[in-house]
Design a binder for this molecule. Structure first.
Ligand SMILES: C[S@@+](CC[C@H](N)C(=O)[O-])C[C@H]1O[C@@H](n2cnc3c(N)ncnc32)[C@H](O)[C@@H]1O
Length: 221
């Protein structure tokens, strides 16, 4: 997929999302809600990498998850479509002396993982809701296809009926799924959902563990 491509069903193209986030990158860290912080903290806790683990953080933004996990992991591959957000992340990594976090361009459905690179844990926080539900399913299939044993997804997701007046998403740019849709997407690719944390009626953390050896991902090519 090219960087500027418009994806069928997405409310904004990948390029428009990248531009939108790059414009607000400098203020991004100071603009987050209590629920965002609670969600990020749960994603970090559930990811729980070992010192040998390689973590892939998708929609990494300014590195809230990637930088927090780096001291406990071997390597963190931080992927995002917004260079402005990643520049903030790179600056913060350098300021903290973290040399095992690598920010690079990567889209959910094409995360730019080097060939032959092992991935043990995939994380994503507050980012997948930019894709429509078919795109989310495809992204979850790609996450499973990395071979990771655990995937931890924190995001805007509906436990009950969507309420557009709530502050956790903007209907013109965001497209959250129901928690049920996400759980089904994980089970479809051979993962068991072992925990669902309800941060808010519209904010969930889903923890999924691979069933079996990981040699086969149902439906993967
Ligand atoms: C709300 S921020 C979350 C950043 C970070 N995960 C955090 O917890 O602070 C959403 C991020 O998702 C990225 N993003 C949006 N669409 C994406 C896509 N299709 N592939 C990869 N990243 C995407 C944006 O550029 C942005 O940095």
């Amino acid at each position: 997929m090219s960087r500027g491509s418009d994806v069928a069903g997405m409310k904004k193209s990948v390029e428009e999302h990248a531009e939108r986030f790059s414009e607000k990158a400098a203020e991004y860290d100071d603009s987050k809600s209590e629920e965002y912080h609670a969600c990020a903290s749960l994603v970090i806790d559930h990811a729980d990498p070992t010192p040998d683990d390689v973590v892939l953080d998708l929609g990494a933004g300014t590195g809230a998850i990637a930088l927090a996990l780096a001291p406990d992991a071997k390597r963190v591959l931080a992927r995002d479509i917004s260079e402005g957000m990643m520049d903030e992340g790179r600056r913060k990594a350098a300021a903290s002396g973290l040399s095992n976090v690598e920010f690079d361009y990567g889209e959910f459905r094409d995360p730019n993982v080097p060939a032959g690179q092992r991935v043990d844990v995939v994380t994503s926080n507050f980012a997948l809701h930019h894709l429509d539900d078919a795109g989310k399913r495809e992204a979850i299939r790609v996450m499973a296809g990395t071979g990771a044993r655990r995937i931890v997804l924190g995001d805007v997701a509906f436990f009950e009926s969507p309420d557009p007046s709530e502050p956790y998403y903007s209907p013109e740019v965001d497209d959250p799924a129901t928690v049920g849709t996400l759980v089904e997407a994980f089970t479809d690719v051979g993962f068991a959902v072992v925990d669902v944390e309800r941060v808010h009626d519209q904010v969930a953390v889903i923890v999924a563990e691979r069933i079996g050896s990981g040699d086969e991902v149902p439906g993967a090519e």
